[in-house]
Design a binder for this molecule. Sequence first.
Ligand code: 5CA
Ligand code: ZN
Length: 412
Amino acid sequence: MKAWTRPEVPVLDPSPGRPRVHDTGSGQLVTVGPDDGAARLYVCGITPYDATHLGHANTYVTFDLLNRAWRDGGLDVVYTQNVTDVDDPLLERAEATGVAWEDLAADQVELFRTDMEALNVIPPDHYIGAVESIPLVIDLIGRLQATGLIYAVDDAEYPDLYFACSQAAGFLSESHLDVDAAIAIFGERGGDPDRPGKRDPLDCLVWRLARPGEPSWESNLGRGRPGWHIECTAIALEHLGEHFDVQGGGSDLIFPHHEMCAAEGTAATGRPFARAFVHAGMVGYDGEKMSKSKGNLVLVSKLRAAGEDPMAIRLALLAHHYRDDWEYTDADLAAARERLALWRRAAHGDAGLPASDTIDAIRAALRNDLDAPAALTAVDAWAAASVDIDVDDTDAPRAVARALDALLGVRL
Ligand code: 5CA
Ligand code: ZN
């Protein structure tokens, strides 16, 4: 499907280098990106049943930093993102609100696009819906059938197809959960550990046969629709290839989603699915994780409609390290507005402190596990000194502004 408009990203002087980020699989900081050629990034996209909230925005801004760090280091980037445009939560919301599920999804994806554009997020090269990927999913299930890891659940009415995660090589090596914890979390996050007829509670649905009133598609597997994990596995393998660089998302996807994608991808290809699994922390509000199901949402579109500068929203997110869980309050935006005003004053001034140390500091911070807060501190120091009357480098304001746009995605 159509992504959103690509922003113009200033090109800075070359500065070869690769970022290090935290890989959930190894539990370590690892250097990501190939020595040459294109870095390949997959970030799990929205399930479009409610507009972009600050938790979503935080996740996509995080991976936008990685994208920018790679580009700044001289790499091309191939970025793929999905849209889970058919799945239980979307269908339930459509039913509850009396809207056609296709219309709900289309409206929410459009809102997401405008939010991402406003936040200056570089769009994916491949923006791919689950519905348009059904042929890919069917092919991948066929490949997995050849490994013997696909079975029909023992259910006379609906013998849906499952992938035997529990038998797959490397299963649980991404999340490092023990089996009991995994079963508990699986039940909380869309899984069905207790379904009768499964061979193991942790096996995951890959093809759900048609039920009355649910959307379904014809296939050699029987009329039905894809499970969630196989959707991302199929899209990533098709649009990035085997053993790509990073699969990203929020930390709520560590298990089961990314574990199950990894198990399916590894079984299909014989190679590790992604080289690194990178996760952004959860943004909370009013004491709980911000989520559509809890309804405690701060929506980017509402903030924008109330006149908030999208760059202040972006700065409010960047003030937190991507791996931290944090709770949003109005003070986050108030602080971001103040910071933005100071930066603008400095960047639009006639002169400033020389820029190169500050630009080096931003780069170094981002390459060190996307440490945006450290980058912001360096810019604060430059801006505070540059609004002083004793500075005389007339190139500095423009140089810093370009670097902020290119590296942090903050447009002044
Ligand atoms: N469609 C699936 C991924 S394939 C999905 O999880 N959709 S979502 O709409 O629920 O979330 C979209 C992205 O935002 C995911 O990467 C998710 O991890 C992230 N996310 C969701 N809620 C939060 C939150 N409160 N804080 C930070 N990130 C969040
Ligand atoms: Zn996904």
